[in-house]
Design a protein around this ligand. Structure first.
Ligand SMILES: C=C(O[C@@H]1C=C(C(=O)O)C=C[C@H]1O)C(=O)O
Length: 292
């Protein structure tokens, strides 16, 4: 029987998906986060990298791979609130239809500051929406990365690459993952690879994903160069963007995930992960290499 995968195809998943060869009997479709969340819950796909908040909301039915995540510690650069007034003065914020996670994160961050602007879905470029009367615009993924660079760029080779800028053209870009770090000191986990708990992926698929990730992270400059061309961004900016991600759902990423779960979905069912994640740092005596 065919096992169906659904991939969110943003650039931040490229180090895993670009080198991936699907094993026989596995098919894949792609889409934006809200499409993949819905496809997994409707049974149209069997595994997907979904918004972590949907994994939390449906923890009674879902399980996640124990060693795969899209997480960051500090700024992420692609989950951005573009705004023209200080956060405390926000009145009307445009949300994107593509994202479940960033909306939930924004709600938590606003609540923690005691703020309650009107939130409404409105698609389009952040700068256009700001010109049309919104004072904040939430955007995610590749378009948010491109729009962030449109606001702060161009960056010269002298620009420090440890922390990239967040202001320009009269617009402030509040990076939600950085705000989360300020609030908690923990990583923020945006996505996990989830499946219905009675329908785990074949081991060959997980093995192929681990091999692909090892290859992609080992050749990050090439992955970045390829996507920089597609995005119309400098390769060094895309490389910085990609090396910033934490793809292994390690203990700090789980801590951030659990903390977010308690704040965003109080009373959620216990989060469940498949077996095997703890083995990541075990030196395999037989192979003489880190496993996996
Ligand atoms: C950091 C990002 O993570 C993505 C954001 C998601 C969301 O907002 O629902 C879902 C999956 C993640 O891969 C991004 O694409 O900008």
């Amino acid at each position: 029987m065919t096992y169906r995968a659904g991939w969110i195809h943003y650039t931040n998943v490229a180090p895993i998906l670009d080198p991936l060869t699907l094993p026989d009997g596995v098919t894949a479709i792609t889409g934006v986060p809200t499409q993949m969340n819905a496809a997994l819950l409707a049974g149209e796909v069997d595994i997907a990298n979904i918004s972590a908040v949907e994994f939390i909301r449906h923890a009674d039915r879902l399980e996640a791979l124990p060693d795969f995540s899209v997480a960051v510690l500090g700024p992420v650069y692609s989950v951005n609130l573009f705004h023209t007034v200080p956060l405390e003065q926000l009145r009307r914020v445009a949300l994107t239809r593509q994202s479940a996670m960033s909306v939930a994160l924004l709600e938590v961050l606003l609540r923690e500051r005691g703020l309650a602007p009107t939130l409404e879905v409105a698609e389009g470029e952040a700068e256009d929406l700001l010109a049309r009367g919104y004072d904040g615009v939430l955007r995610i993924g590749d378009s948010a990365l491109r729009e962030w660079y449109g606001v702060v760029g161009p960056l010269t080779p002298e620009t420090t690459m440890t922390m990239l800028p967040h202001q320009g053209r009269g617009i402030t870009v509040t990076d939600l993952a950085e705000e989360w770090f300020r609030l908690t000191g923990h990583p923020f986990t945006f996505a996990v690879w989830a499946y219905r708990k009675d329908n785990p992926p074949p081991p060959e698929l997980v093995q192929a994903m681990r091999e692909a990730r090892r290859g992609g992270l080992g050749h990050l400059a090439q992955v970045a160069a390829r996507h920089a061309q597609k995005l119309g961004l400098p390769a060094r900016v895309v490389q910085h963007y990609l090396w910033n991600f934490r793809y292994h759902l390690e203990a700090p990423d789980r801590l951030g995930l659990h903390e977010f779960a308690a704040l965003a979905v109080p009373g959620h069912a216990p989060l469940r992960f498949g077996p095997g994640g703890e083995r990541r740092h075990v030196l395999s005596a037989s192979a003489g290499t880190l496993n996996p």
